[in-house]
Design a protein around this ligand. Sequence first.
Ligand code: GCO
Length: 264
Amino acid sequence: MSQTLFDIQGKVALVTGSTHGLGMAMAMGLGKAGATIIVNGNSSQEKIDSAVAEYRKAGITAVGYKFNVADELQVIEAIKKIETEVGVIDILVNNAGIIKRTPLVDMEVADFKQVVDIDLISPFIVSKHVVRGMMERKQGKIINICSMMSELGRNTVGAYAAAKGGLVMLTKNMATEWARFNIQINGIGPGYFATSQTEPIRVDGHPFNDFIVNRTPAKKWGNPDDLAGAAIFLASKASDFVNGHILYVDGGILATIGKPSNEE
Ligand code: GCO
């Protein structure tokens, strides 16, 4: 019984932004659990090709597609190509995202809009064009990658927090409208992980590095591989009655207000 609960053998999973970082870590987890991985990026074909090679080296069936998740026409065309060339998309992980660390009072409106475009509107665009097939087949899994900033503010990441907070409510509304088609739409909220996105605030000696280690009950930055289990759970039968839920994988940050530095 437990074997089939988490079995995603033969499923096709599109993971946006999966050429590196948390997206690659979750996609690797899904791939090692048997899913075919659709690798997506928008930077360069070389980056996608080298990521696909990395997946295949790990024994995962992987195909790469370069498209901009914020461009609806590119998304429509890419989904058509994927579903013709590889197969219908059973699992969608809306992971692609950017962050701009600027105090709100100094932030250009165009920069704020760009963050919201990619981190909030793109999951809507990609989901809208993937979910129609899921509705017809009466089954599907959508996983939106949220953040600690879905629940907490932090200096200089206001646009990102607004987008990631909105993504929680978008996830709940997708569940409200699409659960009746046997589609489960949930979120994963990563805590603070050691990736290229957090490198600027993680380098040794950076005050934020010590802050996060102290603020996290687990007393460490997350390892991207720690997200694979949550992704497999929300992509498999094991979560068939879970909907509109954000699963935080954060070492306990959201469980606590923290403590004075002189307390154990
Ligand atoms: C930051 C970090 C965070 C993390 C993650 C936390 O600047 O505070 O980049 O945004 O990346 O989103 O969940």
